[in-house]
Each structure stands twice: as structure tokens, then as C-alpha cells.
Design a protein around this ligand. Structure first.
Ligand code: SF4
Ligand code: SF4
Length: 348
């Protein structure tokens, strides 16, 4: 007979740092998603309006659902925060992307958990497992499972572990005892809203994704609006600023899992080294990591912007270097060319 405690114990044995159970229900936070989209904050992420109805209530994803088992996995490793990097030649990559693709790594662990649940339960049951891939607003279910609260920066914060967490979930038709929802501990703090370089956090917990560096450097497939290029700074994939400054991340948990350690080439990456790579060289570097999502042209575009912003004198020179692949691959993309012109125009 499967119980919530039994599942949580086994999740920990499989390497998950957190596990809790939320009821398969709709919550007030989920019903605000449509209003958020109606303000245009989802930008080009068309999959969000397409799946809005499901996101409002997990029972529209799995009609027999009774429970949402949410897991959390710490991915933080022992490296400085992006806000501590003063070197103008260093490329900034969001720390979740330094290691292996979490969809793959956590996905395997989640399937192991589900297989074990099936082996333990006395009857067949319906279940769906997602790692940031399904139409489930996992942070909200994580909060109702007692894993932490949704901070003003929109991230799930666990009071002991911080917010460097991968979330994943199993939606299932087994009724398990839900946890106690976590309470908000942001208090009067508003640091994340104050430091966001583009003002993307328009209100506590309300993100205008179209201004967020994570959206601009990963999800956006078009030109980055010119007014937002300077605030991108040296970010070439994602942004961690609003988590770096969070008081709950000042003594954060760290993982020694080899999957999340920075791969060679992404441990203090140099803008120049990344730029000088061919498309194949870039693809080789990011193979098996979430950075593949940005595609060659997206990464090249981001690197051009970062080099344009960099105060490193070598950045100007490298933008003008004659390169054998200048007439091929991502360099032939008009979007890349336009950003390259912009970057060169920033140099004396
Ligand atoms: S990730 Fe960066 S750009 Fe996005 S809200 Fe946080 S600080 Fe702002
Ligand atoms: S920086 Fe402050 S307001 Fe923002 S999420 Fe952290 S505790 Fe909450």
C-alpha cells in the first residue's frame, strides 16, 4: 500500500532532495495565468496560451488525478554567483545550464520513482511524469506540497535549501496524504525587484517575460529589442541575478552530483573562447546540456551582444577578426548579422 511517507522516503533514496504531495486541484495562483498572458507577458511562448486551460487545473491533464507528487533537486555548485563576477571577459551562463540536461537526468530518476510506485501499489493506476515539460505549473503544486514558497522573484524557495532547485512531478490517480502548504517568507524584502536589470519583475511574483534576460537569451528566436541589449551585459544564456541576491540563497545547499558540475568550457567560460568556436565547436560544447535550446544562431546572437557590452579591450578586436566560417552557418543568419553590426557599433 502506497503512502505519502513511503513515496517521500523512496524519492530521497533515489537522490531527490525534496519530495512532497499536493492535492490534484486548482489553486488561486493557477487561475491568474490567463490574466498574466492577457497582459502580453508570455511573449512568443505560444505553448503557454495553447495549454492555459490545462495549466489552470492538473485534472485537465489527467482527469483521474488525485495527487501531484513534486520533487526538488538541488543543482547549485561551489562557484561564485554571477553578481560576484567582475571580469569583463567572462561569459555568464545560468548555473542550471552548466552541467547535464536536467530533463534527461531527473527524467530518469522520476521514471524510477514511478516504476517503484507501480511495483508497491496494490492496483494499477494512471500517472504522468514531467520535468518542466508538461502543462503543469509545478511551482504552485510545489508550494501546496509544502516544499517552499514562491518568492517575489517567481522562484520556489525552500527555507533550508534556497531556490537552486529543479522541480519535477508525478501526477497520479492515487490519493496520497497532501503536505502542509508552505508560507511566504519574503517579508518586506524586495531585493529581486530592485536589482533586475530590465525591470522584468513588474510586481512581486509577476514577471514580464518579454523583458527577462532568460526569455531574451533563450526563448526569443528573433532580434533582441535594441533597448534591452545593453542590460543583457555579459549574459549569454539565462540570468540568475534575482536568485543571486536573494537572502535565502546566501548560505545555499550545494550539490556534489557530477551531473550538475560545470562541464569543461562552461567553468568560468570566456566570451572570446566561445565566440571563436565554430558552430560545430559550440554544438560540441553544449551537447547534452540545456543550452542546446538556444540553437547556434541564438547563441551566436547572444555572444555578439555580450561582446558588444563587454569592457574587455579584446572584445572589440575579436568582433573584427577574419574567420574562415564567416560565410557559413550561423554567420549567414540575418539576425546574427544585425546583432554583430550593433556590437561593432558599440566599440570605439
Ligand atoms: S532572471 Fe534576470 S532578467 Fe529575469 S527577472 Fe530575474 S533578474 Fe530580471
Ligand atoms: S530577494 Fe527577497 S523578495 Fe526576492 S524572492 Fe528573495 S526574499 Fe523574496
Amino acid at each position: 500500500m502506497l503512502t505519502a511517507e513511503f513515496v517521500k522516503d523512496h524519492a530521497r533514496a533515489l537522490g531527490f532532495d525534496l519530495c512532497g504531495v499536493a492535492p490534484a486541484a486548482s489553486f488561486p495562483e493557477l487561475r491568474r495565468i490567463r490574466e498574466w498572458m492577457s497582459r502580453g507577458y508570455a511573449g512568443d511562448m505560444d505553448y503557454l496560451p495553447r495549454t492555459a486551460a490545462k495549466r489552470e487545473d492538473v485534472r485537465r491533464v489527467l482527469p483521474s488525478a488525485r495527487s501531484v507528487i513534486v520533487t526538488g533537486t538541488v543543482y547549485n555548485v561551489d562557484r561564485p554567483y554571477s553578481t560576484e563576477i567582475a571580469d569583463p571577459g567572462e561569459a555568464i551562463v545560468s548555473r542550471y545550464a552548466w552541467g547535464d540536461d536536467y530533463h534527461e537526468v531527473i527524467g530518469r530518476r522520476l521514471q524510477d520513482l514511478l516504476a517503484w510506485m507501480r511495483s508497491q501499489h496494490d492496483a494499477p493506476f494512471d500517472a504522468l511524469a514531467y520535468v518542466d515539460t508538461g502543462p503543469v505549473h509545478e511551482r504552485v503544486y510545489a508550494q501546496y506540497a509544502g516544499l517552499g514558497w514562491i518568492g517575489k522573484n517567481g522562484c520556489l524557495i525552500n527555507p533550508e535549501l534556497g531556490s537552486w532547485l529543479f522541480l519535477s512531478e508525478i501526477v497520479c490517480s492515487v490519493a496520497l496524504e497532501p503536505g502542509v502548504p508552505a508560507f511566504d517568507q519574503c517579508g518586506t524584502c524586495a531585493l529581486c525587484l530592485e536589482v533586475c536589470p530590465t525591470g522584468a519583475l513588474v510586481e512581486p511574483r509577476v514577471l514580464d517575460a518579454t523583458r527577462c534576460l532568460s526569455y531574451l537569451t533563450i526563448e526569443l528566436r528573433r532580434e533582441i529589442p535594441e533597448a534591452l541589449r545593453a542590460p543583457i551585459g555579459m549574459h549569454v544564456f539565462g540570468c540568475d541575478i534575482c536568485q543571486d541576491v536573494c537572502p535565502w540563497n546566501q548560505s545555499p545547499a550545494r550539490s556534489d552530483d557530477s551531473a550538475w558540475q560545470p562541464r569543461e568550457g562552461l567553468d568560468h567560460p570566456r566570451l572570446l573562447d566561445l565566440w571563436r568556436r565554430t558552430d560545430e565547436g559550440l554544438a560540441q560544447l553544449v551537447r547534452g546540456s540545456t543550452m542546446t535550446r538556444a540553437k547556434s544562431a541564438g547563441l551566436r546572437r547572444n555572444l555578439a551582444v555580450a561582446l558588444g557590452n563587454s569592457a574587455d579591450p579584446a572584445a572589440a578586436r575579436v568582433l573584427d577578426e577574419v574567420r574562415p566560417d564567416a560565410e557559413s552557418g550561423s554567420f549567414t543568419d540575418p539576425m546574427v548579422q544585425e546583432h554583430l553590426r550593433w556590437a561593432r557599433g558599440k566599440k570605439p
